[in-house]
Structures are given as structure tokens and as C-alpha cells.
Design a protein around this ligand. Structure first.
Ligand SMILES: Cc1cc2nc3c(=O)[nH]c(=O)nc-3n(C[C@H](O)[C@H](O)[C@H](O)COP(=O)(O)OP(=O)(O)OC[C@H]3O[C@@H](n4cnc5c(N)ncnc54)[C@H](O)[C@@H]3O)c2cc1C
Length: 383
């Protein structure tokens, strides 16, 4: 956009990640919609730096948004991928106990999955474990046949296409730099890469800015610490790094056919370093759980590091006893926007509305899986 331009739309969405684009295509059927995104294309941050797993809703607190939207998203994402030519594989996944000492906790995960009515979730026999994954040497496993993997970047591209077909305006390489209110209208300032300024006026502002959601909320005038008396939720976010190591030996990659998860580490805030397949036959170990300092800036390079290499090898040999250092290379790095702080355990997604402002906070995993139902939630709030 040029300096003089002022655009007026019903809804402005900040963020062209998988969630922002799902919201855009959903709302554009009924409203005029614009999306502002600082990068040159869609899904350049968390939406393309993740495990790409289509989760089945096993771990989350029963009835939470994560549970309900993940489970609905699981079904819908397979349908969407089928009808929009996005690669997705319903591989199923195993959650394993490596030795007898882990069997009680495996039982707890099973009970949570049953409580969450995860379809066809079962405890399986050693024979079935062996049939599914002959290389695994474990004491027990749970089988989730509806878990799968998706090409996350192309999923976002397919949402982008649908949004554009429904006449959404997407302003790439424009950063949302200021938000003012004029009556009930939002007057948002966009700055492009040449420092040109433009303005978008909208009745609704949807903050789907991922890692920056708290900063955008602050720009819109909200205190980040929350205020119970005023009905303001905590909007501040902490960032948690998840790094991966890729398994680069094709013979080793061929040994495993589906994601294999250890027991989750809810206290640490994650599902534990797992083994993930992708839609291209690749095999990856990750993600780590690394709480970042407030002043640290996410870097998407995963520099070779002997300490991390040793840590990933330790995690990897539990799944693949023949894994060696030379089979591993630094993979991608992703960043989780978390509402909770270190040691606080799991929290839910935050989808919060204050008049025309809609805030999406803590959209970590399973945000990819839940992207379509999250978009419906936002539409319901606006409708
Ligand atoms: C390590 C890791 C593994 C994961 N694994 C899975 C998984 O297996 N399955 C699953 O379902 N989910 C998974 N997730 C979660 C999933 O990736 C996210 O929930 C999802 O990608 C969030 O999408 P988003 O659109 O909210 O955020 P993002 O993709 O981060 O998009 C936000 C966008 O907002 C833009 N933006 C921010 N500020 C501004 C501004 N001021 N102006 C303009 N643009 C701005 C950013 O550039 C960015 O593109 C994982 C996440 C991580 C980190």
C-alpha cells in the first residue's frame, strides 16, 4: 500500500500464520477482511516450524478448548486436506513406556484419552506394537489411529488461497505498528519494508499474532497482567524454544513409520522429545523445551552444538538403539507462545473478546490441528 492509502474493512486480522489465515478464509465468506503480515509470505514463523502432527486430543484437560477444538480439528483437517490436495497421512501414533517403571504413567495417559473420548484409542499388546513398529523396544504402548501428519506449510497456503478467493486482502511485508480507536472503530497503522505508512480502519481487530500477541494487545491498550475485577485475562506470554534434530540416514528413517511419543512432561509444558515422521518420509527428533529470557529474540537457525547433539542422541537411542551421532543433524527450531510461565504446567488457549477486539493468546500445540475450529470460534464471537 502507498502512503496516502486508507483502507476500510469490516475485519482486520494481524498475522498470516495458519490460524490467522483459517480465520480470514472463514470470515471472508461474510465480511470484508484484510490481513496484515510482516513477512513476505504466509506461515513464516510458528506455523512452519512445528512437528506437523494432526493431534487426536489425548492429553488436554477434558472440556478445555485445546481438547474440544483439537478433536474437532482432527476430523476436519483430514477432510480439508483431502479436498484441497494438501499432503496429510493418517499414520496413527504410539505413546510408549520405555520400561516397567513408566507403565503407571502410561495408564494415566490412557485414562485421560478415554475421558477425552479419543476415537479408537487403545492399549495394545506387545505383538501389535511389534507389528506396527518392529524396531521399537518398549515395555508398553498406547495406539491412537487418528493421529497423523500434515504438510503444515502447504496447509497454510491452502487457507491463504481460500482466503484470497473469498476476496481477502493480504498485506505482506507490512507490520502492524500502531493501533488507535476512533469511536468503536480501530485505526491501525501499517509500516512496510520501506518505512511507508498506511492505515486500515476496521470494526473488528483480530489479534492472531502468535508470539507477538501480547505486544499487539499492549498496542491496543490492554494491560498484560490481567485484572480479574475488570474481566481482563492475563495476556502476557512467555516464549519457549523447541529445537529438533533430523535423522539424516535414509536407512534409519525407513525403520519408523509413524510418530512415536514418550510419556508427556506436562510440568515442563510439553509432550517430551518425540520421533516424528513427515509427509516426505523424513524422521525428526524433537522438540526440546527451552524457556527463553524475556530479552531473547527467536532465531530460526539451529547451529550445530555438541551438547545438544549428545542430548538428542540420548533421547533418540531410546527409540532407535542403533542411532549414532553421525545419523543426526540440526533441524528446525520453533517457538511456543505460552501463557503459563516455567513450571506452571498446562494452560488452555485464550480466545477472548472485548467488544471489537479479539485476542488469540497461547496458541501453541495443538493450534495447527485446531486451526479450523479456532476460526469458527472467532466467527461465532463476531457474529
Ligand atoms: C515446536 C512446536 C511444535 C508444534 N507441533 C505441533 C503439532 O505437531 N501439531 C499441532 O497441531 N500444533 C503444533 N504446534 C503449534 C502450532 O504450530 C501453532 O499453534 C500454530 O502454528 C499457531 O499459528 P498462528 O497462526 O497462531 O501463529 P504464527 O504462525 O506464529 O503466526 C503469527 C503471525 O503473526 C505475524 N505477526 C506478528 N506480529 C505482527 C505485526 N506486528 N505485524 C504483522 N504481522 C505480525 C507473524 O509474522 C506471524 O506470521 C507446535 C508449535 C511449536 C512451536
Amino acid at each position: 500500500m502507498t502512503q496516502e492509502e486508507v483502507l476500510e474493512v469490516d475485519i482486520l486480522i494481524c498475522g498470516a500464520g495458519v490460524v490467522g489465515l483459517a480465520i480470514a478464509m472463514t470470515l471472508a465468506k461474510k465480511y470484508s477482511v484484510a490481513v496484515v503480515e510482516q513477512h513476505p509470505g504466509p506461515a513464516r514463523e510458528t506455523s512452519s516450524h512445528n512437528s506437523g502432527v494432526i493431534h487426536a486430543g489425548i492429553y488436554y484437560e477434558t472440556g478445555s478448548l485445546k481438547h474440544r477444538l483439537c478433536q474437532e480439528g482432527n476430523r476436519r483437517i483430514y477432510e480439508w486436506c483431502e479436498s484441497h490436495s494438501v499432503d496429510a497421512v493418517q499414520s496413527g501414533k504410539l505413546i510408549v513406556a520405555f520400561d516397567n517403571s513408566e507403565l503407571d504413567q502410561l495408564q494415566e495417559v490412557y485414562q485421560q484419552g478415554i475421558k477425552n473420548t479419543v476415537p479408537d484409542f487403545e492399549q495394545i499388546t506387545m505383538k501389535k506394537i511389534n507389528d506396527l513398529e518392529p524396531e521399537l523396544n518398549v515395555a508398553g504402548a498406547l495406539w491412537s489411529p487418528w493421529t497423523g501428519v500434515v504438510d503444515a506449510y502447504n496447509l497454510a497456503k491452502s487457507y491463504e488461497r481460500a482466503a484470497l478467493e473469498a476476496n481477502t486482502i493480504i498485506a505482506y511485508q507490512h507490520k502492524l505498528t500502531n493501533i488507535n480507536k476512533l469511536g468503536s472503530q480501530f485505526v491501525s497503522t501499517l509500516t512496510d519494508t520501506n518505512q511507508h505508512i498506511s492505515t486500515i480502519k476496521s470494526d473488528v481487530l483480530v489479534n492472531s499474532s502468535g508470539l507477538m500477541a501480547d505486544q499487539i494487545a499492549s498496542m491496543a491498550g490492554y494491560p498484560l497482567g490481567g485484572d480479574e475485577k475488570k474481566g481482563l485475562p492475563v495476556l502476557s506470554q512467555s516464549i519457549n524454544r523447541g529445537r529438533y534434530y533430523d535423522i539424516i540416514n535414509p536407512d534409519i528413517c525407513r525403520l519408523i513409520s509413524r510418530p512415536i511419543y514418550p510419556l508427556p512432561d506436562h510440568q515442563a509444558g510439553g509432550l517430551g522429545v518425540h520421533l516424528t515422521t513427515d509427509t516426505n518420509g523424513g524422521l525428526h527428533l524433537g522438540p526440546s523445551m527451552e524457556w527463553m529470557n524475556e530479552d531473547e529474540i527467536p532465531q530460526y537457525q539451529n547451529e550445530p552444538d555438541e551438547v545438544w547433539l549428545a542430548a538428542f542422541l540420548d533421547a533418540g537411542v531410546r527409540f532407535l538403539p542403533h542411532l549414532k551421532k553421525e545419523h543426526l543433524a540440526p533441524g528446525q527450531v520453533g517457538y511456543r507462545p505460552k501463557i503459563q510461565k516455567e513450571g506452571e504446567g498446562l494452560t488452555d488457549f485464550l480466545i477472548w473478546r472485548d467488544k471489537g477486539y479479539i485476542h488469540l493468546g497461547g496458541i501453541e500445540s495443538p493450534g495447527l490441528t485446531a486451526s479450523l475450529p479456532i476460526a469458527d470460534q472467532v466467527k461465532n464471537l463476531i457474529d
